[in-house]
Structures are given as C-alpha cells and as structure tokens.
Design a binder for this molecule. Structure first.
Ligand code: ZN
Length: 680
C-alpha cells in the first residue's frame, strides 16, 4: 500500500489522504528523524552550518511534510476517524519535540558552533537561527536534572492532549446546537440574505423552514437584526455557554476542568525551567520586556478608552429605552441589536447594505489589485490542484520580475466539521534546499457566508477586513527572502509583533482608492457609491471605545490569568475575569456567560499570556500605516520599503530594529489612538 503522505509530491495529495495513512506516516518520519539525529551527532567535532543546522532543518521539513497537511485537515475536514488518528500522533510528536529540545549532545553542538570562529562568518539570519535554538533548548529544559526533564516531557505531552481536547469540545459544542424554525414571524427583522442562508441550511438537513447554527455567519445576523427578543436570548445563551457547565448543552462538552488543568500544568512547566509563572515564560520570546510593561500598556489604553466607552454605552441604553420603553434592563442579547439600530439611525448604514458590493470574486481580485499596486505582485489562480474540498481555490504569487514567490490555498466558507474563525497557516516555509529554494505555501482559512442559491458569495465589510488581515499574515509568510527556515516568514518572529503585517493590511479595506478595486455590485458591477462610502467612514469609529475595552478585557484576563495563577486557589478563571470586568468592561455579561470556555486563542492556540499582542502590534501597524497616510496609500516607494524592511525579513532581526528601519524612528501610539477614535 502506498502512503500519499510519504510520497515525493511537491504539494500534499489532499484527496488521497485517509485517516489510516496518518499514524504509519508519522511513525516512519519520526523514526527516520531519530536516526538522523543520532548519525548527525557522530560527526560534530567542529560543527558547521552545513554539518549541523542544515540537516536539522531538513529533518523538521520531513516531519512538517507529513504533519502540516494532517493537522490542516483535522481543522478543516474533521471526522471521527481523522480525529482518532490525529490524537494518536500528538503524544508522539510532543515526546519527539521535547526529547530533541532536551538532547544534551545536540545542545552542546549548537553551543560549540555559537562559540566557534565559524559563527562570526555567518549572516545575520543564520546567527539568529542559532541564538534562537540555544534559547529554545533552555526553554525545553535541557539544563535540568534527568528527573525534571522527564517531568517536563510528561507535562508537555499532557498539555498537547488537553489543548487538542479543548478545541474538540468547542467544535462539537458549536456544531451540536441548531435552531429549527417553521414560523416565519420569528424571523422578523432579519435580512433576506440571512433568511436565504437559513433556508439553505434547512434544506441541506431535509427540513422545512429555516435552520440557524452557532457558526458566525448564522449567529451574528440574529444578534444584529432579529426583532424577536426571546429568539436572540436563546441563541445568545447557546453561543455564550458553548463547551461549558451552562446553557442548553450544560456539561456535555464542558471545558471547565480542562482549562483548570491547562493553567496548572503551564504554571508547573514555567516554574520547572526557572520562571515565576507562565506569563514570564511567555515573554521570554516576545518583544515586550516585562509583565509590568504589558500591564501598564493595557491599563493605559483602558484609562484612555473607558470613559468614552461608558459614554457610548449610556447613549445606547438611552436609545434602546426610547425605542422600546418596556426594556427595563439592556441585556447582553440586546446590545448588538440596538447598537445596529442606532448605527443605522445615526449613519443610515448597515453591514447588509454593503454586502451586494462585495461579491467574492471582486473582493479577491481587488485584494490582489491592491498588493499589485503596493508591491508589484501578480497573483494567478490555478485550477489543476488537488484540494480537500470543492470550494477551495489555489493561487500563485509572482513578483515584478516574474519570480514565483509563494502559493496559497484559499478556503473561504463556513461549513460543518470546520474549525471556526479565520487563520493563516504554513504548508511549506521558504528555505534553501539542495534542489534550490523551496517556495513558501500558505493555507488561508476563513468562515465566511457561502453563496446563496445562484448568487455569488456576498461578504460583509467585516469579512472583507478579515480577509485582508489573514492575507497580511500570508504575505509575511510568502514574501520572505530569508533562506533559513527557523527565521523565514513568520518563523522566529516575536509573537507580539506577528500581527503587524496582518493588521496593517486591514487599513486598505477602508480606503476609497482601494475600495474602487475591491467593490463592484454583484448585479451591476457598480463600485461602492460615494454616499455609502462616506457613511461607512463616518460609522467606522461607532462604539470603537466599547470595542477597545472588550479587547482589553480579553487581553488583561489572559495575561493576569497566567501571571497570577496560584495552584492553591480554586477557580481563578471566574475570579480574575470578574476583577478584569470590574476594571475595564462597560457591558456586564450575564452570570451564565462562559466566554472563557471558547477562548481557544489562549487555551488551544498560541496566544496564552500573549493575547495582548493584538493591541501591542496594532501600535506598530497603525504607525506603519501612518507613513502611507503621509506619502499616499499606494505610494510604491513606501510599499517597497515596507516589503523590504518588514515582510521580507521574517524573524531574522528584532522587530524593533526592523520597525525603525522602515519608519525612521521608534513606534508611537498616536496613530492607533487616532485610528480608533480615542485620541484626546
Ligand atoms: Zn492575525
């Protein structure tokens, strides 16, 4: 039997990969990798880049070649069988990773290379790879006693399994809940597009009427437009209690204990390698210098935003009361609904009105037009690729010289068995191989509204902005010119700087000149009319302080949770969340709200004690964009400077150094405050 995961194809043969291929393929590459390391270490009397680092890089690439498509499929085409195979591999990978990180001989070899004259002759990127490797050896516990090393390994393994379980619970809980409606009166207020989507969902399940799910394109319109307060409450309750001890599926996919265990184990692991807590451990690889600096940064933003957010919320309460005197208390399931009404009254604009101007093909080709004007890139679709679902598209990126710089898969729509949210992930990284440069390949995944009937998919402006965001990550990954995998693209980039290119790209979704490229009415082709554009801009900072304090609530909660964790105390999740809400929140959610139980960024993703990175990097991205505001948003010279100083450099140099090279000075917070409408 041939195994498609082990075949020598350039890109994964997605249609052929079956769950039964996963474990044997991984076993085989891990076995080979162990052998490689063993053989390698026999010849390291005087380690060089070629003798040590290159083979280690190749070893990583061999494992990635198997694992990257598997973990991607587990996220976007999940099934019971694949999940079993995936989970069976996690402990093996974790164990291999820790053993490699704790391999003393390997550590010594890297050390010998770092202190030899050879090191001085290496380029900046190569030096950074070696410095990072030494740092990561220490963070893997290489300097610990054997007993502690074993403990480290065991905890790492448990954490890998727990975080996967967290994500599984969330996916199952999200897809388990559905609301079937046969009485059209309940749909009052909902836009036609939402009703059509709900009808399409019902048909798919062979039901009459309409079906709503907790996927964002189905959930959000109900919160924004459904006049029926009970319907909103029911759906809000299901959404806000996913994977918890509350709500319609209370206790069924409950993440409570998993979260407590994750926190406890992260704390133990951090202490084992000499940090006081996981927050300090997290900062060891970030741009921010100390917990104090992070807390001060967030608190400063909170102090500036909260008074404005309170004013915004008071206005909303007054407005809701005027609209409906029977509402004695503005509940969590009323906030979005009345906010949308107030926005429409004040600016006479709604997300719905904009949608016809953002059909998929226009948005996607317009986005390519934007990066063509900025960086001279040409992006071309290919239809001959093996993909995992019929809706997935594939593209090549060429630069102005005709060189193939990157390739990406684009998977835009929400569907069952697909993890929620939007993200960019690596399929291949750019690196020098014996056969030449390996072209970087990205997975761009979103959960947008699908096409309805025979209309094209029509995106909300929020969705357009999200696409720009993820594409920014993709460009960072694909346009790198660094040849060493450890610091090419997003690799080795401090996590709190990694959102710079993504948040930076969002800005173009708000510019007239760019909107001329990305908008075109799906029936008439007409670009976004000026009056709608003016309204959209006027409404841009509507309730922006409320949004800001919400982000700060997440950031502070995450950071304090990992900073103040105390193994002696029970249930710190609720306690710290309550304290943070007292400090920054203006909308107090109901007692049953269990938002933390679906906060997968910090419990399953890489953002633990790092959610603040969004705001931190936004200072950088807003300030970087302000240079385009000064020089022209399509100024090619400024575009190329950003390309060369930031996007191409990957993690080869410190983010502060790169930023200064581009901006000519250190970052300033003014642009962020101005863009968010909270400047003094
Ligand atoms: Zn991002």
């Amino acid at each position: 039997m041939t195994n498609p995961l082990l075949e020598n194809n350039v890109l994964p043969a997605f249609s052929e990969i079956k769950p039964e291929h996963v474990e044997p393929a991984l076993n085989q590459v891990l076995e080979q990798a162990k052998q490689t390391v063993e053989n390698l270490l026999k010849h390291q009397d005087q380690p060089t880049w070629q003798s040590l680092v290159l083979p280690m890089e190749a070893l990583d690439a061999t494992i990635d070649k198997v694992w990257s498509p598997v973990s991607h499929l587990n996220s976007v085409m999940n099934s019971d069988e694949l999940r079993v195979a995936y989970n069976a591999c996690l402990p093996k990978l974790s164990q291999f990773g820790t053993e490699l990180g704790q391999n003393e001989d390997l550590y010594k070899a890297y050390n010998a290379l770092a202190t030899s004259p050879v090191y001085e002759q290496l380029d900046i990127a190569q030096k950074k790879v070696i410095d990072n490797a030494l740092r990561d050896f220490r963070l893997s516990g290489v300097e610990l006693s054997q007993t502690d090393r074993d403990k480290f390994k065991q905890i790492s393994q448990q954490l890998t399994e727990l975080t996967a379980k967290f994500e599984e619970n969330l996916m199952d809980a999200t897809h388990a809940w559905k609301k079937h409606i046969t009485d059209e009166a309940l749909l009052s207020g909902l836009p036609d597009s939402t009703k059509a989507m709900a009808a399409q969902f019902a048909q798919r399940d062979e039901l009459e009427g309409w079906l709503f799910t907790l996927d964002f394109p189905s959930y959000m319109p109900v919160m924004s437009y459904a006049d029926d307060r009970v319907f909103r409450e029911e759906m809000y309750t299901a959404f806000a209690t996913k994977a918890s001890d509350q709500g319609p599926h209370a206790g069924q996919w409950d993440n409570t204990e998993i979260m407590a265990d994750i926190l406890k184990l992260r704390h133990e692991l951090a202490q084992l390698i000499g940090f006081a807590n996981h927050a300090e451990r997290s900062l060891a690889t970030k741009m921010a210098q100390s917990p104090r600096q992070v807390l001060d940064f967030l608190s400063d933003l909170a102090d500036r935003s909260k008074p404005i957010a309170e004013r915004e919320f008071t206005e909303l309460k007054v407005y809701a009361k005027e609209q409906n005197p029977e509402i004695s208390e503005l509940e969590a399931w009323d906030v979005t609904y009345y906010a949308e009404k107030l926005r429409q009254q004040r600016y006479s604009i709604s997300q719905e009105e904009l949608k016809p101007y953002f059909p998929e093909n226009k948005v996607v080709s317009g986005l390519f037009g934007v990066v063509n004007r900025l960086y001279g890139l040409d992006i071309k679709e290919r239809n001959d690729m093996d993909v995992w679902h019929k809706d997935v598209r594939f593209f090549d990126i060429f630069d102005g010289k005709g060189e193939l710089r990157g390739q990406f898969y684009l998977d835009l729509y929400a569907r069952n068995h697909k993890r929620g949210g939007a993200w960019m992930d690596e399929c291949h990284v750019r690196r020098q191989t014996e056969a030449g440069i390996q072209t970087p390949v990205a997975f761009l995944t979103c959960n947008f509204s699908e096409p309805l009937g025979d209309k094209p998919a029509l995106f909300s402006h929020d969705e357009v902005t999200t696409l720009f965001h993820e594409f920014g990550h993709g460009l960072h990954h694909m346009l790198t010119k660094i040849h060493h995998a450890g610091v090419s693209g997003i690799n080795g980039v401090a996590w709190d700087a990694v959102e710079l290119p993504s948040q930076f790209m969002e800005n173009w979704a708000w510019e007239r000149e760019a909107l001329d490229l990305i908008s075109g009415h799906f029936e008439t082709g007409e670009v976004l009319p000026q009056d709608l554009f003016d309204k959209m801009i006027a409404a841009r900072n509507f309730q922006s302080a409320m949004i800001m304090v919400r982000q700060l609530e997440f950031s502070l909660f995450d950071f304090r949770l990992h900073l103040e964790f105390n193994p002696e105390q029970e249930n710190q999740v609720d306690k710290i969340l309550a304290e943070v809400r007292d400090q920054v929140a203006v909308v107090k959610p109901p007692k049953f709200n269990r938002f933390a139980h679906s906060f997968s960024h910090i419990f399953a993703g890489g953002y633990a004690a790092g959610y603040y990175s969004y705001k931190w990097a936004e200072v950088l991205s807003a300030d970087a964009f302000s240079k385009f505001e000064e020089n022209g948003i399509f100024d090619r010279a400024t575009g190329l400077a950003f390309l060369e100083s930031i996007l191409e450099q990957g993690g080869s140099r410190e983010p502060m150094e790169l930023f200064i090279e581009f901006r000519g000075r250190e970052p300033e917070i003014d642009a962020l405050l101005r863009h968010s409408g909270i400047a003094a």
